[in-house]
Design a protein around this ligand. Structure first.
Ligand SMILES: Nc1ncnc2c1ncn2[C@@H]1O[C@H](COP(=O)(O)OP(=O)(O)OP(=O)(O)O)[C@@H](O)[C@H]1O
Ligand SMILES: [Mg+2]
Length: 362
């Protein structure tokens, strides 16, 4: 397939008018790596991708590909493929012509183009669709054509901007698997943009969580999921229970203990937290367990205010004496109004610095 890249590294700032949309956004991507930019709407994901593709110029910064500076090159000379969120197929061209476009632009001979387009259609599992127009295809089929069109030039790097966001839930899962298969089979290097954490976790070798044009945390899916470093990442990754606390002690193994009002909570420290420091304990509903144990360290007591049946499990909302609500996801039904004990397993509790640069408890 395409010539492999060793590494791409960049450091980019982008301003629109007076507004800084990317603030010294820096990263190194290794060959064959699948890296995802994950973050809320407006955090600068598409802007970053468009800068890498060369569709817009940076306000400051550099892009290096294997020792060559490429930020001065026009898009077609960078050798990158791009899949856009809205497919961006040419409506008046057939599937064949859409896929062939990039090859014609590069002056490929007609006979070779036909062979290569057929190969791409096989790859995305759309053989026989050559003569259809985009309007005659389903959303998923259009998305496959968009991927074929990006891959046909044997890109050194494939950039994908929320390629699955217009598809229904079932097709989204299918196409996710498809993208994973293409990445593995072709040894592609991919940068993928999404605001869907499940998509990011399932596809990526590395996830870059962004907020307002900055990197909040970059790491493997497991690191981002299990060891968020700040409240923003924790909130984005599904931690729903937060307890403000004052650190009272800890162990060299990274365990931190704190007092949150009447509660004593232990968890894994996201950073060294000395006694007296203000912290926040964060835990996911899935990790909270109903228990018969009496209240004590990491065991709370409260009254069930709400239950919601999810098909396999139940979501509970439990009110503590302090008035705080705790969300739990449990396997067995619990009656509304009943009093329950809740265990927050210390190995699943993350203790973060309470001040994360403008975060606060989400
Ligand atoms: N051409 C432009 N002119 C002015 N502002 C822009 C322009 N393009 C983007 N922006 C602004 O830059 C910020 C980042 O936009 P961007 O499209 O990169 O966000 P995003 O993370 O891709 O969001 P989404 O998930 O909604 O697609 C937004 O505040 C947006 O309004
Ligand atoms: Mg976008």
């Amino acid at each position: 397939m395409a010539e492999q890249i060793g590494s791409l590294h960049f450091r980019l700032t982008k301003r629109f008018g007076g507004k800084t949309v990317l603030d010294d956004f820096a990263l190194e991507v290794r060959g064959r790596e699948f890296v995802t930019f994950l973050g809320p709407s407006g955090c600068g994901k598409s802007t970053a991708l468009n800068l890498l593709a060369g569709l817009i110029p940076p306000s400051a910064g550099e892009i290096w590909l294997d020792g060559t500076r490429i930020d001065g090159l026009p898009p077609e000379r960078r050798g990158f493929g791009m899949v856009f969120q809205n497919y961006a197929l040419f409506p008046h061209l057939t599937v064949f012509q859409n896929i062939a476009f990039g090859l014609e632009l590069r002056g490929w001979p007609r006979a070779e183009i036909a062979g290569r387009v057929r190969q791409m259609l096989d790859l995305v599992q759309l053989p026989g669709f050559e003569d259809r127009y985009p309007g005659q295809l389903s959303g998923g089929q259009q998305q496959r054509v968009a991927i074929a069109r990006a891959l046909v030039i044997q890109p050194r790097l494939l950039l994908l901007d929320e390629p699955l966001s217009n598809l229904d839930a079932k097709l989204r899962l299918e196409m996710r698997t498809e993208i994973k298969r293409l990445h593995a089979d072709l040894g592609l290097t991919c940068i993928y943009v999404t605001h869907d954490q499940a998509e990011a976790l399932s596809l990526s070798d590395r996830v870059v969580v962004m907020r307002e044009g900055r990197v909040m945390q970059a790491g493997t899916p497991a690191e981002i999921h299990d060891r968020p470093q700040n409240l923003f990442v924790a909130d984005f990754m599904g931690y729903r229970n937060f307890f403000s606390l004052t650190v009272t002690g800890g162990d060299p193994d990274g365990t931190v203990v704190g007092r949150a009002g009447p509660l004593t909570l232990a968890g894994r420290g996201a950073a060294p937290l000395p006694p007296g420091a203000a912290g926040v304990a964060a835990v996911r509903p899935e990790d909270v367990a109903v228990t018969g144990e009496p209240p004590g360290p990491n065991v709370l007591r409260g009254r069930v205010r709400l239950t919601e049946y999810l098909g396999r499990e139940y979501d509970l909302e439990v009110i503590l004496d302090s008035g705080q609500t705790v969300k739990a996801r449990v396997a067995q039904p619990v009656a509304v109004g009943s009093t329950v004990g809740l265990r927050l397993p210390a190995e699943r509790v993350v203790i973060l610095l309470s001040e994360d640069g403008g975060g606060g408890i989400p």
